[in-house]
Design a protein. Structure first.
Lengths: 289, 343
């Protein structure tokens, strides 16, 4: 069963999954690292991204490369309202944010049930085409997902390292008070970070809906993924997200193919619990005082 | 993690109490022995007046949920919010159901096992997970709940997989009728809540509060922090198991979804909305969470939206919860007075 073609398949699946996982978890870790908010509503925004893609691409029939970013953009823009009226009260309050945002998650999920009912829908894949490479056959869709995710991640890296606002964001993450003393407008920076985080979550939610299925409850497994990836890598650490996402993506792809999805859940959650116990700050995180 | 302090809600010992701007929260008069006795008497008298099966079953659900909620309250009081509490309910429910159905054990023994099994599991994982602080504890219990649910779904030979176990017998032929079962649930709820109330007002209760306020300080004062936390965690999880077992024998059916994340979340909502740092909180929260949905059956989704928004509001502005609502009103009127220039 460990033949070359199967392993290659597992590898491609792993890349596709890792791309989605990293996108989801990056926003989560960003919100945690900068605002000290544990965003329990992250999965709900990803779910909304799935619905946005469903309507823009599945129903309205926009070209895929327009629909996917546009869907995420719409969700992130609408979410700014929530930033003003909900999130702003939870910045720098880790404990309160956890429980309060669980409430937000609940409210969004069940509003989605009321608006779109609970039945499962499927978002059509971007392309049915298969790609032939030597003796191996891959669905092109996985590569498109990985490609868009890679562009988003690269854009994020360039933004945080070379743009004025990106640098201000990193400064605020290190120490808000000092950053403010240097003239960084923390309210604006928080809003910007929130927008980016939700944009990536919604983008990932669209891919997730294409890979699996879409329902108002699709947010919960995605929230779990964000947790696992972020804990693996270390809360607030951006390279940690990349590492955690790759580990989890490949582990899920490998274990899920050969041993079934239940085993894959057990192993990944079990590994995370063990890691939390011996090294709670994650593989690449920094130890808290 | 910044732990909310209880000092403002009146946890200082007698004698050194400073002059408080806001005094006499609702729970002061709720905890008077006379008021409690009247409430219990009304609950005892209820089946004599109302024989309606629906009302009685709402009553039983309230009692079971109250047991589960106060068992979580115990753990919350040590400063840890568990998002996997329903998993322990589930363990209790499955153990008790399997004990009565497959091992033919009598109900009291099965219920005891339903208490012991989650407590033993809490003893095994407690010493490890209770070392974690704040957010990490929340995340681990969250994942633990999912693992337990996955076990329930996948261990088909024992748990019946996702279709669950149906035909869980009533405790005895007598308790198959609604009125006796009502009294059984009431008795268990009263005994357990009274026990927890006594525990929390005792030396141990003050130890628990000291651990929540500051672990290092408690340790320096000679409090065995980890042992106390593990013991309380065991007790809380065991009592959750009792609630789960009772629920199984009441509904005659258990399945993994009744003990999933949603149920854990409900228990947290009950504690937070009711008020996290007094025992009255989860009880008021239970009334709020069980009675409201039961009488608004048609709008299940809307209730969830409503509870979600309440949760956001409570956490953002008012961590005392409903049990402290009097304080909120006083604070508001005080602020208004201050703005007018006469504080």
């Amino acid at each position: 069963m460990f033949s070359f073609s199967v392993l290659a398949q597992v590898f491609v699946d792993g890349i596709g999954l890792s791309a989605i996982y990293i996108l989801i978890a990056l926003g989560f870790t960003l919100l945690f690292g900068i605002m000290r908010v544990v965003n329990f509503a992250h999965g709900a925004f990803a779910m909304l991204g799935g619905y946005a893609l469903y309507f823009l691409y599945g129903n309205a029939g926009l070209p895929y490369l327009v629909a996917a970013p546009l869907a995420a953009l719409i969700v992130a823009t609408v979410a700014l309202v929530l930033e003003r009226f909900v999130y702003r009260f939870f910045y720098q309050k880790m404990f309160q944010s956890m429980i309060g945002l669980l409430g937000l998650d609940m409210a969004i999920t069940y509003l989605a049930v009321i608006v779109w009912n609970a039945e499962e829908r499927s978002v059509p894949p971007s392309t049915d085409a298969l790609m032939q490479m030597g003796g191996l056959v891959f669905p092109e869709q996985k590569l498109i997902i990985a490609g868009i995710a890679a562009v988003a991640l690269l854009g994020f890296y360039l933004f945080t390292h070379y743009s004025r606002y990106g640098l201000a964001m990193r400064a605020a993450a290190q120490d808000v008070d000092i950053a403010e003393a240097q003239g960084v407008n923390s309210t604006a920076i928080y809003r910007l970070a929130f927008f980016i985080a939700i944009f990536m979550a919604a983008l990932a939610g669209g891919f997730y809906a294409q890979t699996y299925a879409l329902s108002p409850f699709a947010g919960q497994p995605q929230l779990m993924i964000a947790f696992v990836v972020v804990i693996l890598g270390g809360m607030g650490s951006i390279p940690g997200v990349a590492l955690g996402g790759l580990l989890l993506g490949f582990a899920n792809s490998f274990l899920g193919t050969f041993y079934g999805s239940a085993t894959s859940i057990f192993v990944s959650f079990g590994a995370v619990i063990v890691l939390l116990i011996v090294r709670p700050w994650g593989l690449l995180g920094t130890r808290e005082a | 993690m910044s732990k909310p302090s209880t000092i403002e809600s009146g946890a200082l010992p007698q004698g050194i109490r400073p002059r408080r701007l806001v005094e006499q929260p609702v729970r002061r008069w709720l905890t008077r022995p006379g008021v409690l006795a009247i409430i219990v008497l009304v609950l005892i008298a209820l089946p004599l007046v109302v024989q309606d099966k629906f009302i009685l079953s709402v009553g039983v659900t309230t009692f079971i949920t109250a047991i589960a909620a106060v068992s979580l309250h115990l753990i919350v009081r040590t400063g840890h919010v568990s998002l996997g509490h329903a998993a322990f309910m589930g363990i209790g429910a499955y153990v008790s159901a399997i004990a009565t159905m497959q091992l033919n054990l009598p109900f009291p023994l099965a219920l005891t096992l339903g208490f012991l099994a989650p407590a033993v599991i809490a003893l095994l994982i407690g010493p490890v997970v209770l070392r974690l602080t704040g957010k990490y504890f929340v995340l681990v219990t969250f994942l633990f709940g999912e693992i337990v649910r996955t076990v329930f779904v996948n261990w088909q030979s024992v748990t019946g997989g996702s279709s669950g176990i149906s035909g869980v017998p009533a405790p005895s032929p007598l308790f198959a009728q609604p009125v006796p079962f009502y009294y059984l649930a009431l008795a268990l709820a009263v005994v357990i809540i009274a026990f927890i109330a006594r525990l929390l007002t005792s030396e141990i209760g003050r130890t628990i509060d000291s651990i929540r306020e500051s672990e290092p300080l408690a340790r320096c004062s000679g409090v065995p922090v980890l042992q106390t936390k593990v013991a309380i965690f065991m007790l809380g999880c065991g009592l959750a198991g009792v609630a789960g077992a009772l629920q199984g024998h009441f509904v005659h059916y258990i399945d993994p979804t009744s003990f999933s994340m949603d149920q854990s979340l409900n228990l947290v909502v009950i504690n937070v909305v009711g008020g996290m740092y007094t025992l009255i909180g989860p009880i008021v929260g239970t009334l709020f969470m069980v009675l409201l949905p039961e009488f608004l059956r048609g709008y299940v989704e809307l209730q969830h939206v409503f509870f979600g928004i309440v949760l956001v509001l409570v956490m953002a502005f008012f961590s005392g919860g409903i049990a402290d609502i009097g304080t909120l009103f006083r604070r508001l009127s005080h602020e208004r007075g201050a703005r007018r220039g006469n504080p």
